[in-house]
Design a protein around this ligand. Structure first.
Ligand SMILES: CC(C)(COP(=O)(O)OP(=O)(O)OC[C@H]1O[C@@H](n2cnc3c(N)ncnc32)[C@H](O)[C@@H]1OP(=O)(O)O)[C@@H](O)C(=O)NCCC(=O)NCCS
Length: 187
């Protein structure tokens, strides 16, 4: 496993903070939880979709999650999710990035999901990785080495078409194991 922490050498553990795994969803239960989280965020919280946010892309997308358990362990709550798909050879898209409300800006789950999304695609031959990013999240993506290519209005909201700089996202060949995120360590 590629064990990654968010720590610096002088990192200090924070009592009570758990560790997370950011990896591909495998079990039916975690896939259902990820889809439920998407529904809660994109239908109920943001009101972008009515009833369901699922579409044809889900039929061939890979679903990534942030969860408290490693692959093969008993399932635990899914706290974040994102999906990736290849639209044409070498061209990959990320979409439906969502972190549970109470976990936002707490453990960098969003950043780690973005990282696994792009690194996984890179490992699968991605040459260009794009996403339509809601305008309020553009600074987050810029911080993570994405650049804005264009703006548009989608689902009544301003979005930026953004591209990841693959040089900052080394290929990940094992998304089922993914990354270990030690949220109990504070730089
Ligand atoms: C966008 C989202 C996934 C980010 O997840 P998160 O777990 O809160 O983000 P992280 O904690 O990984 O943030 C990483 C860094 O970006 C910063 N950041 C997060 N969201 C930000 C924002 N909207 N604007 C500016 N900075 C932001 C964090 O403060 C953190 O900064 P630091 O590294 O200096 O500490 C989450 O806010 C969310 O689920 N939003 C609702 C759904 C949504 O908007 N989806 C995205 C559609 S494009």
């Amino acid at each position: 496993m590629n064990r990654e922490t968010l720590s610096s050498p002088a990192a200090r553990p924070i009592q009570g903070w758990p560790a997370f795994y950011v990896r591909e969803a495998v079990l039916d239960e975690e896939i259902e939880q990820a889809l439920a989280l998407r529904r809660a965020v994109f239908c109920e919280e943001q009101g972008i979709f009515e009833g369901s946010d699922r579409d044809a892309i889900d039929l061939h997308a890979r679903l990534l999650i942030a969860a408290g358990s490693q692959l093969g362990s008993s399932p635990s709550s899914v706290l974040g999710t994102v999906r990736i798909h290849e639209a044409s050879p070498g061209l990959w898209w990320g979409s439906r990035l969502a972190v549970q409300r109470t976990m936002r800006r707490q453990a960098k789950l969003g950043a780690q999901l973005i990282r696994l999304a792009v690194c996984t695609a890179h490992g699968l031959g991605c040459e260009t990785f794009l996403a339509h990013v809601q305008v309020q999240n553009v600074p987050l993506f810029e911080k993570l080495h994405w650049r804005s290519l264009d703006t548009s209005l989608a689902h009544g909201r301003e979005h930026h078409l953004m591209q990841a700089d693959l040089a900052h996202y080394p290929p990940c060949h094992d998304p089922l194991m993914g990354f270990f995120v030690d949220a109990g360590v504070q730089p």
